[in-house]
Design a binder for this molecule. Structure first.
Ligand code: CTP
Length: 421
């Protein structure tokens, strides 16, 4: 995970469920991302994990009682609430959920939660029947109405041995909620369309041509845009990545599939970011059956009756041009829409990026060099240079998530420039 929670105080409320062990990992993750983590445990939570575990991980004494005054930091629930940027209750049992829905404050966790004026995230964890009990469902609805953010739960094997809905989300996913809660909302009301990943161009039912794109840059952009309040749709070529929180996803395979989806939808968006590594070519003929090695003749017919040129010496594959989606968007976008493209090069990066900016009528090109450390395909970092019509801004190497924020900063700058014109 790559959030920057430095200068953020996160209060982690732990109530008494077996998922409390996962909250230890959550506390550790938050701490690694720079947060000042303050843990409050209920009396029952202490039965599952010791307060010492949380104190050791966070470097802050774990709070277990509203009447414990032996602290180096003033922890009265009101002063705690004033210092807090976000509170997350994970796991949230049916009991704490019911208490919050009723406004009951009878221990440090419920009292602090009630006093919070910052965003409060509730991550339920309980047995499926308890989760589906009408009382719990009603309480969760009430919390949402009161402005709490209630996370979804995961399906799987529960501590009671049942299988079903009710597992607490993984710490990484809860971090996404926290990231969204503490981020500035400068893209509120904006609709962002992002394409991502490397397209696959089929040769036959079992083979395709593709590239090394992992999709990480596009997914980081989606996550960052969601954090900043945008409504995000991701048109994604195949990837193993988890769909970012609050993101609508359209899965595609080939460049032509991607083009079809983009053409159908692009008009509904304010900002379009083409992070996908679109294959420039695809085989001009896709065999209906698996292409076999030549046996006797130097030419074989596949089941569809099409000739594929094969000899003992090799195999000739004819490729045809795929549509250039970014270029098409540049020709069809409205004057209000902002179009961002990428440029991946092994040489002449800035020169090529400037050309792509012009040729494809984009507003911003994020140029990244291929084949160098901390940049381009596959890794978690990128080294981008932002090329716009009036300037070239070279950025240092950073996580793809931070790079995504820099790209969105440039988009916001472009938006405010247009407003002032
Ligand atoms: N792109 C696209 N459709 C294509 C090829 C590229 O939309 N068929 C977009 C990419 O998503 C990226 C930008 O164009 O935003 C530049 O892609 P890149 O691969 O760097 O360059 P190409 O346009 O493919 O040109 P070349 O391969 O000659 O560098």
């Amino acid at each position: 995970m790559d959030y920057d929670f430095s200068n953020k105080t996160v209060v982690l409320g732990v109530s008494g469920g077996i998922a409390a062990y996962k909250s230890v990992a959550l506390a550790s993750l938050l701490k690694k991302q720079g947060a000042d983590v303050r843990v409050i445990m209920t009396k029952n939570a202490v039965e599952f994990v010791t307060p010492l575990t949380f104190s050791s991980i966070t470097g802050n004494r774990c709070i277990t009682s509203a009447f414990d005054t032996d602290f180096e930091w003033e922890i009265g629930h009101i002063s705690l609430a004033k210092k807090t940027d976000v509170m997350v209750i994970a796991p949230a049992t049916a009991n704490i959920i019911a208490k919050l829905a009723q406004g009951i404050a009878d221990d440090m966790l419920s009292t602090a939660a009630l006093a919070m004026t910052c965003p409060v995230i509730v991550a339920p964890a309980m047995n499926t029947a308890m989760l589906q009990n009408p009382a719990t469902k009603k309480n969760l609805r009430t919390l949402s109405e009161y402005g709490y953010t209630v996370t979804e739960t995961a399906k799987g094997l529960l501590a009671c041995g049942d299988k079903g809905e009710g597992r607490m989300l993984e710490p990484e996913r809860i971090c996404e909620y926290i990231g969204a809660a503490v981020c500035r909302k400068d893209l509120e009301g904006k609709k962002v369309l992002i394409t991502s990943g490397g397209t696959r161009e089929w040769l036959d039912p079992v083979r395709y041509i593709t590239n090394c794109s992992s999709g990480k840059m596009g997914y980081a952009l989606a996550r960052a845009a969601v954090c900043r309040g945008a409504q995000v749709m991701l048109i994604s070529a195949p990837t193993t990545l988890e769909t970012p929180l609050f993101t609508e996803i359209i899965n595609v395979i080939s460049a032509r599939d991607m083009f079809g989806q983009v053409k159908k939808r692009y008009q509904n968006f304010d900002i379009i970011i083409k992070a996908a590594a679109v294959a420039d070519f695809s085989p001009d003929y896709v065999a209906g059956n698996k292409i076999k090695k030549p046996v006797e003749s130097n030419s074989t017919e596949d089941a569809a009756g099409q000739e594929i040129s094969k000899t003992d010496d090799g195999f000739t594959l004819n490729l045809t041009h795929n549509p250039d989606i970014l270029k098409w968007l540049g020709q069809h976008k409205s004057s209000e829409q902002i179009l961002v493209g990428f440029c991946l090069e092994t040489e002449n990066l800035i020169e090529n990026a400037k050309q792509k900016l012009q040729n494809k009528n984009a507003d911003i090109i994020a140029a990244n060099p291929a084949g160098v450390e901390n940049s381009g395909f596959g890794g978690d970092n990128n080294t981008i240079t932002l090329v716009t019509h009036d300037k070239v801004t070279k950025l240092e190497s950073m996580s793809k998530f931070s790079a995504a924020h820099k790209i969105l900063d440039a988009v916001c700058q472009e938006l405010s420039q247009r407003l002032s014109e």
